[in-house]
Design a protein around this ligand. Structure first.
Ligand code: HEC
Length: 128
């Protein structure tokens, strides 16, 4: 094996390793935001069983249900979170968060909810 190949693998490893670390950091950030803004309805574990959920006529989405959540694209999640349920034909009881949260924060939250889905979400860009 030539030296070039060695470096190629080395660089590929560093890039993958780094994107994994960034991914983990985003998730941690998203988790905090989720606890602040989403937990009251979606529940501490994201199961849609938060305190406020009982008094809502529509059940908040269960973010741990991978068979549903994994069908939804990042674009759709970004839309429903920033513009609210009514903007995507869902219930207006899902409020719009675009006023309080910027796009980076919403993407961090998406990274977090992707992580709690079971079966796990396969992110094509990161190969997981
Ligand atoms: C006031 C209660 C409430 C809060 C707070 C809330 N949600 Fe929701 N959310 C809902 C309800 C109710 C639905 C279901 C809408 C429907 O099914 O028509 C929903 C649906 C969703 C969906 C759509 C999932 C799907 O199956 O299409 C996503 C994603 C979501 N919420 C994310 C969030 C995030 C992220 C936050 C915090 C930034 C949040 N929600 C805060 C009530 C809430």
């Amino acid at each position: 094996m030539g030296k070039e190949i060695f470096w190629l693998f080395g660089i590929a490893f560093l890039v993958l390793h780094h994107s994994g670390a960034v991914w983990a950091q985003n998730q941690a950030e998203g988790r905090k935001l989720y606890g602040t803004y989403c937990l009251t309805c979606h529940g501490e574990k994201g199961k849609g069983d938060g305190l406020a959920a009982k008094s809502l006529p529509v059940k908040p989405a269960d973010h741990t249900n991978g068979s549903i959540m994994n069908q939804l694209s990042d674009k759709f999640l970004l839309d429903v979170i920033s513009k609210g349920g009514s903007a995507v034909g869902k219930s207006a009881f899902m409020p719009p968060w675009g006023g309080q949260l910027d796009e980076k924060q919403i993407r961090d939250i998406i990274a977090y909810i992707r992580n709690i889905a079971e079966p796990p979400y396969k992110d094509k860009a990161l190969g997981r």
